[in-house]
Ligand binder design. Sequence first.
Ligand code: ADP
Ligand code: MG
Length: 337
Amino acid sequence: MSSVRVDKIRRTYGKTLVLDDVSFTAPQGQVVALLGPSGSGKSTILRLIAGLEHVEGGDIHIGGERVSGAGLTVAPEARRVGMVFQDYSLFPHLTAGANVAFGLDKLGRADRDATALKWLDRVGLKHRANAYPHELSGGEQQRVALARALAPSPRAILLDEPFSGLDAVLRAELRDATLATLAEAKTTTLFVTHDAEDALQAADRLVILKSGRVLQEAAPRDAYDHPASLDAAAALGPINVYKSAVANGVVATPFGNVNASQLANGAAANVAVRAEALMLAPGSGARVIAVRPHGAHDLVRIEAQGIVWRALAPARSALGETVSVTIQPAGAFAFSG
Ligand code: ADP
Ligand code: MG
């Protein structure tokens, strides 16, 4: 149990700056999601925390101990950090039990086996201890990898897109089971994902990344309700962007005013409106030009005054109908343009 603190880390590959002064904290015992598109530097951050590579600037502390910094790279095995990769990386020639026991070389044989079984039990796979990786499903392999990472009681655990390879139903189930196991173990957890829903549902804290920079670090609810920028708003779900100027503390849109009191009158503004903040009702003003099912909702394209907007609305819109549209204030944000 330890916090992980990353302070202004930098990393280049060749001439490309991959991490540009990245800072965030994973408080002890919490689950922190690193959310960002492919190529934003998420895996690189995990490799630096694990000590698999050195930082070119900045520091990393684990449990208050400086493990990376100028001229310092504490060896991975001395960091006591567990890792689970997307492809699980189980040893194919070892049983599930032997995979979990692998990192427990400081214990005697009997203790090793007992500890491995205890962790397999925690992930619900005690009965599969003698199975080889190729005899296990993807979800089961992922759980063995999690047990293997947790068995040596690491100070923190790093998960790199652990649910990406799984189908949607299994994915949600496994995500919730994994997080329950981690919460029980009270292990500081950093998990990498490009999926906003995973991050919002599973994390105590979000670090939103883009192009090697932190856009926002906040609790999921705060990041969703108070995005720091247009990009940070877009990272958590589909948005509409409307460009206009501030007048009398608001930006006027075809669907009503959006508060912009923090911006100067006359300033150019970009308004972000979450798709789910557009409320459709029978009426006039906009026309439905496309409807696509999206779970319990529809992803609806509506057109008003020559502009197309995306709305996530309860599934009852019909193609071609006219609707009146209002904006829920909690899902609309004005930024300086
Ligand atoms: P993510 O995990 O968010 O997809 P990565 O950390 O894997 O992002 O990569 C960030 C950027 O660094 C990408 O542009 C990638 O091409 C580059 N990169 C990652 N690892 C290496 C490497 N070993 N050598 C050169 N470039 C790399
Ligand atoms: Mg990656």
